[in-house]
Design a protein around this ligand. Structure first.
Ligand SMILES: [Cu+2]
Length: 335
């Protein structure tokens, strides 16, 4: 019941605040990736993220209400008790009732927030028994994911760059002919301008897509262990409500249960050095059958097959399946 009331308040305030300009009704905007002009958090696909979104919105309602209340008090003070309206001020300095109220009121508000805050913390840190365990390792500048209970195969993911997209489209010879002579900023600008329109066409998201995505089965509890090989990184998928520091020499853990199939992106979230912006994480949530097929392909290191399985599992039939980006030389060397 309380949730319903809050939801209504949130809805009402959102309508007022955005002036009906942006419609929150469009089908779950921002699930899995940030959208242009997005307000608020990315859509939730795990129970933890659903609670985070609710908690965030609930606290926002309290913040807005308090701000409006204080602003009204200030306006009363300014206009009713200013010198022109009230030339001879009263000279009392204490009022017991009001002092008790402004002490007890905030305590009650904090206790109320605390109850829901602890509920969220317990949800995050009480791990349900896992169906699958994944180990994520941060490297400068890419992520590796091991599947220890599936034969401990390893998936190395590097970001798809403008150059990769253009090479996949044009072929190496045409690419070198067109861009080979360019250097420095001129090259970066030319690659960016020509590659930018290709991303959407190929089902890729610039700065978020990777050559080898990882996969998890839908509606299964995944335990994620996070560590690092070099500096401190952070493993994050906003739609999962997961954000965990990857610290060298230590293993941290979190869990999630994705309840919708699709592709969900995240990025390294600790400023870790030169290519911090180039280590995204891309997870496909697929049905168990597709996951099993993907595991078999990944175990056999058939990465092209693995990509096709994942795309076929979540790409709506009308969308063209993108021409596959070949692994970079760096990537092939690592596998
Ligand atoms: Cu990093």
């Amino acid at each position: 019941m309380i949730k319903r009331i809050w939801s209504f308040c949130i809805w009402a305030i959102t309508l007022v605040m955005v002036g009906l300009a942006t419609s929150p009704a469009s089908a779950e905007p921002g699930i899995g990736q940030p959208m242009p002009k997005q307000m608020g958090l990315q859509g939730a696909v795990t129970p933890v993220m659903e609670e985070i979104v609710w908690f965030h919105d609930m606290v926002n309602v309290i913040i807005i209400a308090i701000t409006i209340f204080v602003m009204i008090l200030l306006l009363i003070v300014i206009f009713r008790y200013g010198e022109s309206a009230n030339p001879t001020p009263a000279n009392f300095s204490h009022n017991t009732t009001i002092e008790v109220l402004w002490t007890v009121g905030p305590i009650l508000i904090l206790v109320f927030i605390g109850i829901y805050s602890f509920r969220l913390l317990f949800l995050q840190y009480e791990y349900p028994p896992p169906d699958l365990t994944i180990k994520a390792t941060g490297n400068a500048w890419y992520w590796e994911h091991n599947y220890p209970d599936q034969g401990n195969f390893k998936v190395t993911s590097t970001m798809v760059r403008d150059e990769d997209v253009l090479r996949a489209k044009l072929g190496d010879d045409a690419f070198d002919k067109k861009y080979g002579a360019l250097e420095g900023l001129a090259r970066i600008k030319a690659l960016y301008a020509d590659a930018k329109p290709l991303y959407a066409e190929r089902g890729l998201v610039r700065q978020l897509s990777v050559d080898n995505e990882i996969a998890i089965p839908v509606n299964k509890v995944v335990h994620l262990l996070v560590t690092s090989n070099d500096v401190i990184h952070a493993w994050t998928i906003p739609s999962f409500g997961s954000k965990l520091d990857a610290v060298p020499g230590r293993t941290a853990a979190t869990w999630f249960k994705a309840t919708k199939t699709g592709i969900y992106y995240g990025q390294c979230s600790v400023l870790c050095g030169r290519d911090h912006a180039s280590m995204p994480i891309a997870i496909r949530v697929v049905e168990q059958a597709a996951f099993d097929k993907w595991v078999a392909a990944a175990k056999a290191r058939k990465w092209d097959d693995a990509r096709k399985i994942l795309q076929a599992a979540t790409t709506p039939s009308k969308q063209p399946v993108f021409a596959l980006v070949r692994p970079s030389k760096e990537q092939s060397a690592k596998q």
